[in-house]
Ligand binder design. Structure first.
Ligand code: SAM
Ligand code: DTB
Ligand code: SF4
Length: 327
């Protein structure tokens, strides 16, 4: 049997058993794995920018940007290059090492992709790592982004294959796996995770983690989002998730994908400092930093700085120039 760092054969039962461990045992195990692969007191930070906002053709039940729901959002066309570079420079000055650009598209047209290529090149040009999330990609489009120097592509599985149809009907779970395959094939690092608190069961959370951990290569970055409940979306009324269940899922992600960055993502603005500290203890070592996520607010940067000081945490300053191995 391969060791845990290279396993891609996790069963649902094994993962459910992990999630059901006594809390202290689970956190101890996750923190032990974490220390084998990472400095436990360093957190990688990325800043997000929405480069094209709203009017999206998909029907993701959590999302402020779907044209199908009546949310309070002003749609915006693709931003000019100068605005993007200015935002990236501001993020770099605040200590972010990676700049993530998100577009509310089902998939980019080739013409729009060329505009994003310019943005990737410009942000690379100021010495930051780049990540984009543009929806579904063809293999050719992934190759174009690779040639532009893109470091990461974010495309989340979002939830389990079993629960998926309750949340999104306009594209399939399989579509998502295909996009990830194209991204991986180009040796672009994969950022893929999901959202918790959408009304899914613990078994769904285990099933989503199994899908991620059993990919041919573990995603280099695994964002774990807590649903931001947005008025006007079908999931606005979802019942709040027990915070310990969120922490358990972070811990299981750390154990299953020992060398991946596990990212504390959306929802941090509503988490207590104590809950965030538990997430770091459970092996989260990356987060979004900056006043905004895509369309919603994030935790305040001043509050983040105070929390880091209280916990003795530091921002990771190394950027990762190494491309992911082609798989
Ligand atoms: N349109 C592209 C796509 O869906 O692939 C990229 C942008 S989309 C906003 C990126 C991810 O943000 C989604 O896959 C989802 O996991 C997360 N997300 C969006 N709205 C959210 C919300 N209200 N709460 C938590 N996560 C959310
Ligand atoms: C991810 O997993 N979470 C980020 C990023 N990848 C693109 C987006 C969170 C969006 C939260 C809701 C909003 O601001 O619209
Ligand atoms: Fe569109 Fe992405 Fe929002 Fe889905 S998550 S509605 S694809 S912007």
């Amino acid at each position: 049997m391969p060791n845990d760092a290279t396993r891609h054969d996790w069963t649902l039962e094994e993962i459910e058993a992990l999630l059901g461990l006594p809390f202290n045992d689970l956190i101890h195990r996750a923190q032990t794995v974490h220390r084998q692969h990472f400095d436990p007191n360093r957190v990688q930070v990325s800043t997000l920018l929405s480069i094209k906002t709203g009017a999206c053709a998909e029907d993701c039940g959590y999302c402020a940007q779907s044209a199908k729901y009546n949310t309070d959002l002003e749609p915006e066309r693709l931003l000019p290059l100068e605005d993007v570079v200015e935002a990236a420079e501001a993020a770099r000055a605040k200590g972010a090492t990676r700049f993530c650009m998100g577009a509310a598209w089902r998939n980019p047209t080739d013409k729009n992709l060329e505009r994003v290529v310019e943005m990737v090149q410009a942000v690379r040009g100021i010495g930051m790592e780049t990540c984009v999330t543009l929806g579904m990609l063809t293999e050719r489009q992934a190759a174009r982004l690779k040639a532009a120097g893109l470091n990461y592509y974010n495309h989340n599985l979002d939830t389990s294959p079993e629960f998926y149809g309750e949340v999104i009907t306009t594209r399939t779970f399989q579509d998502r796996l295909e996009t990830l395959k194209h991204v991986r094939a180009q040796g672009i690092s994969v950022c893929s995770g999901g959202i918790l608190g959408m009304g899914e069961s613990r078994r769904d959370r285990a099933s989503m983690l199994r899908e991620l951990a059993n990919l041919p290569t573990h995603p280099q970055s695994v964002p774990i989002n807590l649903l931001v409940r947005i008025e006007g979306t079908p999931l606005h009324g979802a019942a709040p998730l027990d915070p310990f269940e969120f922490v358990r899922t972070v811990a299981a992600a750390r154990i299953l994908m020992p060398r991946s960055y596990v990212r504390l993502s959306a929802g941090r603005g509503e988490m207590s400092d104590e809950m965030q500290a538990l997430c770091f203890l459970a092996g989260a070592n990356s987060m979004f930093y900056g006043e905004r996520l895509l369309t919603t607010g994030n935790a305040e940067t001043d509050a983040d700085e105070r929390l880091f000081a209280r916990l003795g945490l530091a921002f990771e300053t190394d950027t990762d120039p190494e491309p992911a191995a082609t798989a």
